[in-house]
Ligand binder design. Structure first.
Ligand SMILES: Nc1ncnc2c1ncn2[C@@H]1O[C@H](COP(=O)(O)OP(=O)(O)OP(=O)(O)O)[C@@H](O)[C@H]1O
Ligand SMILES: [Mg+2]
Length: 294
């Protein structure tokens, strides 16, 4: 099985969209688990102050994650900054380590403008390079980093977009989502030019739209999916993650489809949902392997 070899660069995959509820966290979780099941060493980073990814891994954000235990601990501008290795913790899922999130991540949004004004942020210290700098500290310990972004374009998201080698934009195919996705693209292209002007390079190995919570029997949705494929062609993954109560319920019980015993869900529903998620993840893994084979 081709895995990351010496010389293959660490893949950093950001899952992003400004649209709340477009299944970013679910997509990030399933991708991390799929890659780990395939034998890769995965670091999942929860960059969302809402901390839903951490909760999925069984961590109660405000109780079990102390001060400085999120990525903010490794990003902060003051003398309390910690090495990245100190904010990484194991998870019960073999092959996945986690940098958890909680509300303290908001501090980075608050402190960055101030730090910029104080002129603290030159060169490698500039805010949008800091997430990357954290990840680079541990780059030989992992094969793939999956970043679950918050549903806003703030300094954390910018840092993630800068650190990312590849980008997954999740889309729930309903009209409103498509509208906010065009807004996302406009804002990201503005943001990318800002970052590029400041001397940060943004060249992704791949950018793909992932259609999520897809109901193939819903006619308007089908039309939107067709429209997206017309607009973006091969930039839209062929496979879509199907809308499934098995996935929604697994979210509530904090157990993903990869962890559930088959008997626990209606077998047919379980299989169909799992197949669609596997198909999405296989396409992403193929893209990663292509990068590694270059
Ligand atoms: N394929 C699916 N089928 C059914 N429900 C799903 C599916 N994917 C995600 N969901 C549900 O949709 C809701 C939103 O998903 P999720 O939290 O992953 O979105 P998000 O984009 O991370 O949201 P936020 O913007 O708040 O971070 C959750 O309740 C989740 O369980
Ligand atoms: Mg989320």
């Amino acid at each position: 099985m081709p895995v990351r070899r010496d010389g293959d660069k660490l893949q950093v995959i950001a899952v992003a969209n400004f649209k709340g509820g477009s299944a970013k966290t679910t997509t990030a979780l399933y991708l991390a688990q799929f890659l780990a099941l395939k034998g890769h060493r995965v670091l999942a980073i929860d960059l969302d102050p809402q901390a839903s990814l951490s909760a999925m891994f069984g961590y109660q954000p405000e109780l079990e994650i102390g001060e400085g235990d999120t990525l903010y601990g490794a990003l902060r501008y003051d003398s309390l900054r910690r090495p990245m290795a100190e904010v990484i913790r194991p998870t019960y899922f073999d092959g996945i380590s986690l940098v958890p999130g909680n509300l303290e991540l908001m501090e980075f949004e608050h402190n960055t403008p101030q730090a910029m004004m104080e002129g603290k942020l030159r060169g490698g210290d500039i805010f949008f390079r800091r997430v990357d700098a954290c990840i680079q500290q541990v780059s030989d310990q992992f094969d793939v980093v999956v970043i679950d972004c918050p549903p806003q374009l703030g300094y954390l998201t910018m840092g993630a977009l800068n650190a990312a080698t590849s980008l997954l934009v999740t889309i729930h195919p309903q009209m409103v989502d498509v509208a906010s996705m065009s807004q996302f693209l406009l804002m990201t292209s503005d943001l990318m030019s800002v970052i590029e002007e400041a001397g940060g390079a943004l060249d992704y190995d791949f950018i793909r739209y992932v259609i999520t919570r897809h109901d193939p029997n819903d006619v308007p949705e089908t039309q939107i999916v067709a429209l997206l494929r017309n607009l973006f062609g091969d930039d839209v993954l062929r496979a879509t993650a199907w809308k499934s109560t098995a996935i929604a319920n697994a979210g509530l019980t904090k157990q993903s489809l990869y962890e559930l015993e088959k008997g626990l869900v209606g077998r047919g529903a379980y299989d169909r949902a799992l197949e669609s998620v596997d198909a999405v993840n296989s396409e992403i893994l193929d893209l990663i392997r292509k990068v590694w084979r270059r």
